[in-house]
Structures are given as structure tokens and as C-alpha cells.
Design a protein around this ligand. Structure first.
Ligand SMILES: Cc1ncc(COP(=O)(O)O)c(C=O)c1O
Length: 452
């Protein structure tokens, strides 16, 4: 599997016309592989190598690549002679909106856009308008998109953000140039799972909203401690700011009702993307009617703009409708299948790791998993920075890729099981994992084994 000559050549060729040779430079990795085919749980690269895929299009292909039902819905719409009218509503957008409102506890109405970043952008604008306040709290280790208010502190280095502080906040570690200083002053980055830091920030600044992934899934799988999300809800109610759950990664992955239906905490606004359209580009902002109505406020000074030539584009909207219908179908039992495979992977990994002398934890929620090389499940990003073995993680991922298991080769990136994965895929993954561990470490003697 070492032959990636054609991938290398394509990237070099593209560099003539695309800075860096790749569109969206967060797709760039070492090794940089050009994928040409995705079918179900498998992907193939330009050189003909095949992989079991856990990248799943940055977790968007939740049903698997090229799902036949989703593709059929897209094809039907493509042949319907009603692609982009740009005036008036479409029946598809109404149907999708209804499905959302019926499925998600905190959603009374929605607006549909194209990406998760657009959805979080709109959520912050609504929160600022509703509250008349400008400051925003986000989480260290969270990712909420590329715009000015949130393009910071994504897998920051310890040097950039300093040691763990509580209560307190961290410096704005921009992931993009061109963000004005005035914008940075309005954003406060705090520890996840740390209510004291929320209170600290609330005492100092007029806060419009907290925007958080309910589970941090851009640094693996960092789960909320008991009472944390409810604590955020209570603080939002007491201090008149909006609680926004960024469910771009968790939404539709863990339940049809989003993670909010599992944790029992209802946010004021929610954002969705990725899995909702199984690989087609679609974002959604939804929430309580009283806040969503600001998109159509009669007072010009309070009306929040939503516009976009391609918003609710029929092909992507049809893909989302087909995806949601399949996720909810009795026939497919998508969530049961995925939980079964997730459990099988988690148990199998724990069994393998028990044969080696190292600190390791498999964190998982449904289809989302991450192996941390540390002795406990992390509670926030600094916990990972301080305890996780990043070097070992990278070596582990690279060796798995060589054995035909593709997890993005960047430490602590979360893996995604899809509905298209099979027991055989998990068995092959476990077999590859054992081989990788044997190459990296010497197994412990039988009488020194720890039972998982
Ligand atoms: C939680 C979360 N929010 C927002 C985004 C941004 O979504 P998009 O890449 O569709 O703009 C992402 C993307 O990874 C994400 O993981």
C-alpha cells in the first residue's frame, strides 16, 4: 500500500492552479492521498489502494458513501425540471423543515443554508439581535466553522494558549489571518465542562450566547460531565443569553432528535450540517419560534438577514429528506446497527490494548470514536494536551493507513462508523489494529495482562 505516486503527481499538478494543491487546506495531510471512489464503507485512491473508511467525508457520510436511496432521491429531483428558481418557496424545503421540527426537541422552525459555518454564523447574529449584547463564549477545543467569531483555538498548541486556567479564559488563537482585533475582543474561549469559567466570563462581559458542541467531536469524543449542559441551560436562563448547541457533528449521528434528545437539555438555537444530507452540502439553523422569527421581524432594525442563491438547493434538500427518512425507518434500524458495530469496535480495541503495556482509552458515542493514549477519558482540551501521547497517535494512524484502514492522519481526530459498515469491516479493522500494535510495541507477557 505504499504506492501513492499518482496521488503525489496530482497534488503537484494542482499546485499550479490551487494554492497548496488542495481545495480546503484542512483536507491536506501527510500522506496526502487523492481518493477517487467511495462506495459504502470503502474508499479507493488514485493508485488503486482500497481502505475501510472512518473519515466518512469529515463525518458527513453517515449512511455510507453513495447511499442508493439518497442518490435515487437526488436523481429524481434532477430530472424533475425544477432545480433553481430563485423565487418563492419549494415543496421540498417545506417538507425538510417539517421533518426537522418534528424530529428535534428544540426546533420549532428552521432556515436552510449550505454549510455548518453559515448556520453558526446566523446563530450568533440572531443571539446578538435578540439580546442586544455582542460577546460570545465558545469552547477551547471546539470547532464551529471558519468565520471571524469562531475561527480560533482549533487544536491550539500549549504554547499558544498557555496552561489550564479556571475560572478564566484563553487567548484567541486565530486559525486564520485577516480577523480584525475588534472581532477577537468579542469572543471568549473557555474550558469545556467548566461552569465556573462561564460565570467568570458572564461577570465581565455582556454575553449574547454560548455556542458549543454538546459533545466536543473535533478533538475526538469529549463528553459532557453530568449536569454540565443543564448548568449551561440554567445560566442562560438566569443571565439572559442564548444557549446554542452546534449539532453539526452530533446531529443525526447519535439520534434522529440530535444529541439534545439524548441529554434532555433543550437549547434556544441549534445548528446542523454534515450527516443531515449524507454527504451533500446542507446546513440548517433551527430553534425556538420566538428567536427564529427574527429572520422575519417586522422591525427593520431587528430583522436578521438570511439570503443565499443556493439555500435549500433542491438536490441537496432532496438528499436531506431521503437521509432523514432512512434514519427514521423501521426497516433499516440505522441507529441499532451502528451502535452494535460501535460496541464491537470499542470492545475489540479494548481487548487488543489490554495485551500491551500502555495507557489508552477508547472514547465513543454511537458511531463516533477516538482512541486517546492517556489513562483516562479527557474532560477538556487541556486534559488532552497534558496527557495524550500525540506522537504515538500519529504513528498509530499512519500504520493503520498502510494496512488499509483510513482514519484522518491527524492525532485526536474522531473516527466515524457509518450504516454501510459491516461486522466484517470491524473485524478487519481490529485485525489491522493488532498488527499495528505489534509493530509499535511489544506485547506484555501473559501473566502481566490487565483484563479490560
Ligand atoms: C461542530 C462543527 N460546527 C461547524 C462546522 C462547520 O461546518 P462546515 O464545514 O460545513 O462549514 C463543523 C465542521 O467540521 C463542525 O464540526
Amino acid at each position: 500500500m505504499n504506492n501513492r505516486q499518482k496521488s503525489k503527481e496530482l497534488i503537484e499538478k494542482n499546485k499550479q492552479w490551487i494554492p497548496g494543491g488542495v481545495v480546503s487546506l484542512n483536507r491536506k495531510s501527510e500522506p496526502n492521498i487523492c481518493f477517487t471512489e467511495g462506495q459504502g464503507s470503502r474508499v479507493k485512491d488514485l493508485d488503486g489502494n482500497e481502505y475501510i473508511d472512518y473519515q466518512a467525508g469529515f463525518s458527513a457520510s453517515f449512511l455510507g458513501h453513495n447511499d442508493p436511496d439518497v442518490n435515487a432521491a437526488v436523481a429524481e429531483t434532477m430530472n424533475s425540471n425544477a432545480l433553481l428558481m430563485g423565487a418563492g418557496p419549494t415543496d421540498l424545503e417545506g417538507e425538510l423543515a417539517q421533518l426537522f421540527c418534528e424530529a428535534i426537541p428544540g426546533v420549532d422552525s428552521v432556515q436552510i443554508c449550505n454549510t455548518g459555518s453559515e448556520a453558526t454564523y446566523h446563530a450568533i447574529r440572531i443571539a446578538r439581535t435578540v439580546t442586544g449584547k455582542d460577546h460570545v463564549i465558545i469552547m477551547q477545543g471546539g470547532y464551529n466553522g471558519w468565520h471571524n467569531d469562531v475561527a480560533c483555538n482549533v487544536i491550539s498548541s500549549k504554547e499558544a494558549v498557555g496552561p489550564r486556567v479556571s475560572p478564566g479564559e484563553y487567548p484567541f488563537d486565530a486559525i486564520s489571518a485577516g480577523i480584525p482585533e475588534s472581532a477577537k475582543h468579542l469572543v471568549h474561549i473557555i474550558n469545556y465542562n467548566d461552569l465556573d469559567s462561564v460565570e467568570y466570563t458572564l461577570k465581565r462581559y455582556p454575553v449574547a450566547c454560548i455556542l458549543t458542541e454538546p459533545i466536543l467531536q473535533n478533538i475526538g469524543v469529549v463528553k459532557p460531565l453530568k449536569g454540565y449542559l443543564q448548568g449551561l441551560r440554567d445560566l442562560a436562563d438566569a443571565h439572559d443569553f442564548l444557549l446554542v448547541f452546534d449539532e453539526v457533528k452530533t446531529g443525526f449521528r447519535h439520534a434522529l432528535g440530535g444529541y439534545q434528545s439524548i441529554c434532555g437539555v433543550t437549547p434556544d438555537l441549534s445548528t446542523f450540517g454534515k450527516a443531515v444530507a449524507n454527504g451533500y452540502p446542507l446546513g440548517v439553523i433551527g430553534g425556538k419560534k420566538e428567536y427564529m422569527d427574527y429572520f422575519n421581524h417586522p422591525d427593520k432594525d431587528k430583522k436578521v438577514l438570511i439570503a443565499g442563491t443556493f439555500n435549500a438547493f433542491p438536490l441537496t434538500t432532496a438528499a436531506a429528506i431521503a437521509t432523514i427518512r432512512k434514519l427514521g425507518s423501521e426497516e433499516h434500524q440505522v441507529y441499532d446497527h451502528i451502535e452494535h458495530l460501535g460496541r464491537m469496535l470499542e470492545d475489540g480495541l479494548n481487548e487488543i490494548f489490554a495485551d500491551f503495556d500502555l495507557d489508552v482509552v477508547v472514547a465513543r458515542q454511537g458511531s463516533a470514536f477516538c482512541t486517546y493514549f492517556m489513562d483516562h477519558a479527557p474532560v477538556d482540551f487541556h486534559d488532552i494536551l497534558e496527557h495524550h501521547d500525540f506522537e504515538f497517535d500519529r504513528a498509530y494512524r499512519l500504520k493503520l493507513i498502510e494496512k488499509g484502514v483510513f482514519n484522518f492522519p491527524l492525532p485526536i481526530k474522531q473516527g466515524s462508523i457509518s450504516y454501510a459498515h459491516s461486522e466484517e469491516d470491524i473485524e478487519l479493522t481490529l485485525k489491522a489494529t493488532r498488527a499495528v500494535m505489534e509493530e509499535l510495541l511489544t506485547p506484555v507477557a501473559e501473566d502481566h495482562k490487565i483484563t479490560p
